[in-house]
Design a protein. Sequence first.
Length: 293
Amino acid sequence: MGDVVEQRGDGTSGQSDDEIEIVPDVPRAGAELTPATPDLDPEQLRQFQQFQEFQRFQQFQQLQQQAAGGAGQSASLRTATGTDLTVPPQPAQGTRKVPGWLQWLGRKLLGWLIFFLLLAIFATWAFNELFGSDDDNSTEAAARMGGGTYHTEELLAKEPHEAVRKVYDAIAQEDPSTNRPLIAEACGHFDNDRGIQQLFATNTGHPDCRAAVLALHEQVTHINDYAESIFPRWYDPDATTVRVDSCDFAVEGGPALGTFEVTQVEMGQWLITDHEPGPTTCPSPRTSTTDGN
């Protein structure tokens, strides 16, 4: 593009003949600046324009990547035809908001869950306070009763036959709070340190003392008769061990429980220290006769 010589209104230039002022050509406002290109033949010009378009495409890709990396930002690129290509802003990851109704529902459900949990805990505590815990009637309590606690506390019977009678009575009776027999009382009269609880269960065909008491209770047909099957009899007052055979008594209302060996321990108490199996139904007790001589 050539230079322009400023002329005056009278047709002459503003300078003397020896001075010529050269004014650069200023582009019009809004005109797009394009780099000057050398004189090219049509094929070279086409290739040059393709190269420019490729550069613009690379710039567009870079702007698109920048827009994807920044939340809420957009990018645009003006093409050679004057069209603006805008890259929409990418949503921020992990910022999805939970609907208000879902938050409200979650708080309500959590509140009710905590309420019912506390209610269940309170109901269990109140039941145990009013009726006693079932743990007191478990084999663990029975193990403590027949496993050494009697050394310092009076927990056992004061007579040998009474110790066996208490076993029958505990199997026959039923705890109204649990609808179960008195497991701790029945098993607690056996010497647990020597494994007599387990021996009694094995001899009666059951896996443990608790299961034996539960199963034998189901066979009881008359509570009072069975509970009083064993009664006091004479024994040597100097003896420390007494043998009590169930078939020496008229066992009624349930199964006979075999033969018991009862030993005197601390504080005049009697503890079952051995057991032998026997028939569940005993023959009629033998009666002694005299010939009159």
